[in-house]
Design a protein around this ligand. Structure first.
Ligand code: UDP
Length: 218
């Protein structure tokens, strides 16, 4: 029996990652259909020429091994779905584009989506279900936690630590740290689009602007 591959989420993120998943399989010489899973669907439909169905339908398909890339930007939903998949003995799937560059000594946990023109340089550790959107880069000696999301064009320079569930907006620039004092983006922090982050960001806050400052809740 063949393995079965799917992209979870058939909205913007999923539809942008499907071509990346297709070229990923071609690169590995694997011939297989890739399905969409989306819980908003009640019947089996077609999305961009791929079969699309909800999770209950997908789970019922009789395949030996199933591999699923969670293509949903919201990291809390990625965590919830990861737990559900692991509970059902379904594997997290990682994909990368043919134009993605990964250099030396890079460890990336399962479930990663590395979009076109992403570059991950050397001596980097990245946790589960990382999303690096178009043209983002991660420079040397960074440590990135689980369920971290980069929107397009994020410039993550060297010696930066990014904790679980942080979200980095489009075009944000994060200043490099040093080996003995990395710049830290705290757990669940949000960096607004275009922000220029010059110092560490505490957990849970949102920062915006140049230089980036904490956005106070009104
Ligand atoms: N979704 C799902 N199961 C969930 C939560 C979300 O299938 O438990 C689907 C939801 O129906 C939607 C997609 O995931 O189609 C998320 O799309 P959204 O436009 O919110 O975000 P994006 O595609 O940018 O991540």
């Amino acid at each position: 029996m063949n393995n079965l591959y799917a992209i979870y989420g058939a909205s913007g993120c999923g539809r942008s990652l499907m071509p990346v998943a297709r070229e990923h399989l071609v690169r590995l010489g694997i011939q297989a259909e890739i399905y969409f899973i989306d819980d908003a669907l009640t019947t089996i439909e077609e999305v961009n020429t791929h079969k699309a169905m909800n999770y209950t339908h997908f789970k019922a398909l009789p395949h030996e091994q199933k591999y699923v890339l969670i293509a949903i930007a919201n990291s809390r939903i990625r965590e919830k779905i990861t737990n559900q998949l692991l509970n059902d003995d379904i594997n997290l799937w990682s994909v990368r584009s043919n134009t993605t560059i990964v250099m030396d000594d890079v460890q990336i946990a399962s479930g990663a989506a590395l979009s076109p023109f992403v570059t991950i340089t050397s001596n980097i550790k990245i946790g589960k279900c990382f999303h690096a959107n178009l043209y983002s880069y991660v420079e040397h000696d960074c440590v990135i936690g689980d369920y971290v999301t980069f929107a397009p064009g994020v410039k993550c320079n060297g010696n930066i630590h990014i904790e679980d569930h942080a979200y980095i907006g489009t075009g944000a620039v994060i200043k490099q740290g040093t080996p003995d004092k990395p710049l830290v983006i705290g757990k669940g922090a949000i960096v607004g689009m275009g922000a220029v982050v010059t110092k560490s960001v505490p957990a849970g806050v949102t920062v915006v602007g140049n230089p980036a400052k904490i956005l106070e809740k009104k």
